[in-house]
Design a protein around this ligand. Structure first.
Ligand SMILES: Cc1cc2nc3c(=O)[nH]c(=O)nc-3n(C[C@H](O)[C@H](O)[C@H](O)COP(=O)(O)OP(=O)(O)OC[C@H]3O[C@@H](n4cnc5c(N)ncnc54)[C@H](O)[C@@H]3O)c2cc1C
Length: 412
């Protein structure tokens, strides 16, 4: 048995196990060699993703699940670890490096006018045409759609299949005939998200991610990663729009690092930063006020508890599998509380925008943005449903039989 390493660029490394005996399970010896390889790869801290390919017969995604879980648990060196089928490896090689180096921007084409919380009720259709699929439908609330070159699109490929089974996940080109992106203006005055109208646009069969009809599982993986990253706590990272359309690729990193913690270009929002709030309290002379002090500390504690929970989950200590949902709920709460603390500190000035406010309008901006986190990535109510049903084992919401073909269901 030998292990080959191929550098795919941008921190993506492919590890190929050349073991003719590999079939359905990895031997203890192979597992140990892999862990040693991962340790070496991570030495200079430059590895972002490791794609594992087995050259033995029958080695593909779905096999070795127990071993993969074990490897994930034991390999604290890995940022992300995947056991991939051959098709998936080609997709990873093609699509992941430009995501990591920021040269291509992506958006999420999931929600539709009639499918938000009930995402599996989506109506956008994909119809097979030779080696391609023809896509027609409408997406909405597409954050960054105007800046994206690619979209992760879910569409219905089989209306005879039950609702959750006839969906496929595509890597979709945004710049093509039949795709119209229209901005939606928010109450902040900005237009971070869009409506996307798709009329007979095309996507290659090579850009199906995770297999035809398996889009629901892939979309749920995307959402779970999104929820855990949205709720990962701590100061807001420097978020710079990726891709060529945003025109940021030529700028220096330092220009963005200076803005860390209050980045107006970010499409997310973790609320007002604790340090910023403490400085504000000092500036207005309320840092001695016991109520202000108490509220700032409460915010700090909630943020820390959430951050440590997420670190524990990422280190393999997940007890429930719902840490992403819990983190997202905590983040919505943190954003709301930080809004309230900001307004508690500056009072009526919190109603003023940047041009009129004595404190650059950040509290007002945070106030009008604050409803968003409890909606995007799945609403708070939906997170609670997931925790209730999947973790606590509460009865599922009443609904039609899961096996009913989509075309026979009442449409939204
Ligand atoms: C800032 C922002 C950015 C977004 N970015 C994107 C994006 O990039 N891509 C994308 O695809 N989507 C995006 N979305 C859309 C977001 O995922 C949806 O808005 C969200 O899933 C809710 O769907 P909806 O708006 O259709 O509300 P609905 O599903 O119609 O829900 C309306 C209300 O009913 C409640 N509700 C619905 N069903 C249940 C239930 N079963 N039990 C209890 N309560 C329920 C909801 O909690 C909510 O309060 C974004 C949204 C926002 C606000």
């Amino acid at each position: 048995m030998n292990i080959l390493i191929k550098n795919l660029g941008s921190g993506v490394k492919k590890v190929i196990i050349n073991d003719p005996n590999t079939y359905n399970s990895l031997s203890f010896q192979t597992l140990n060699s892999l862990l040693n390889t991962f340790k070496k790869l991570d030495k200079d801290n430059s590895t972002k993703v490791i794609v594992l390919e087995g050259a033995g017969k029958g080695f593909s995604a779905g096999h070795n699940l127990k071993e993969v879980r074990e490897l994930k648990k034991r390999s604290k060196y890995l940022k992300l670890f995947n056991l991939c089928s051959k098709v998936m490896i080609q997709i990873v090689e093609r699509l992941i490096p430009p995501i990591i180096d920021g040269s291509l921007a992506w958006c999420q084409l999931f929600s539709e006018p009639g499918a938000g919380s009930d995402l599996a009720g989506l109506q956008t259709r994909a119809i097979k045409d030779g080696d391609e699929w023809i896509i027609t439908g409408q997406k909405v609330w597409t954050s960054g759609g105007h800046l994206a070159e690619k979209g992760m699109l879910i569409a219905r490929t089989d209306i005879d299949a039950p609702k959750h089974q006839g969906i496929t996940y595509f890597a979709f080109d945004m710049d093509q005939p039949g795709v119209e992106v229209r901005p939606l203006k928010e109450m902040t005055g900005r237009a971070l998200f869009n409506e996307v109208f798709i009329d007979e646009a095309r996507v290659s069969n090579d850009d199906v991610i995770g297999g035809i009809g398996n889009g629901w599982a892939v979309a749920n993986t995307t959402l779970m990663v999104e929820r855990s990253s949205l709720g990962s706590g701590g100061p807001e990272p420097v978020a710079v729009p990726a891709g060529t359309k945003a025109g940021r690729l030529e700028k220096k990193v330092g220009e963005y690092v200076l803005n860390a913690g209050g980045n107006i270009e970010s499409d997310g929002g973790r609320g007002l930063d604790i340090k910023w709030l403490s400085d504000l309290a000092q500036k207005v002379g309320s840092s001695g006020d016991p109520v202000v002090r108490q509220e700032i500390v409460k915010l700090h504690i909630l943020g820390e508890v959430n951050r440590l929970n997420m670190l524990r989950a990422k280190a393999g200590g997940s007890k429930t599998g719902a840490e992403g949902n819990l983190a997202k709920l905590a983040m919505s709460e943190l954003v709301r509380r930080s809004r309230d603390v900001g307004n508690l500190i500056i009072g009526a000035d919190g109603m003023l925008s940047s041009s009129s406010s004595s404190f650059d309008g950040r509290v007002q901006e945070a106030t009008i943005f604050s409803p968003a986190p409890s909606i995007y990535g799945g609403t708070d109510q939906v997170q609670r449903n997931i925790v209730g049903e999947r973790v606590l084992g509460l009865p599922k919401e009443p609904g039609p039989n899961k096996e009913t073909p989509f075309k026979e269901l009442l449409q939204n």
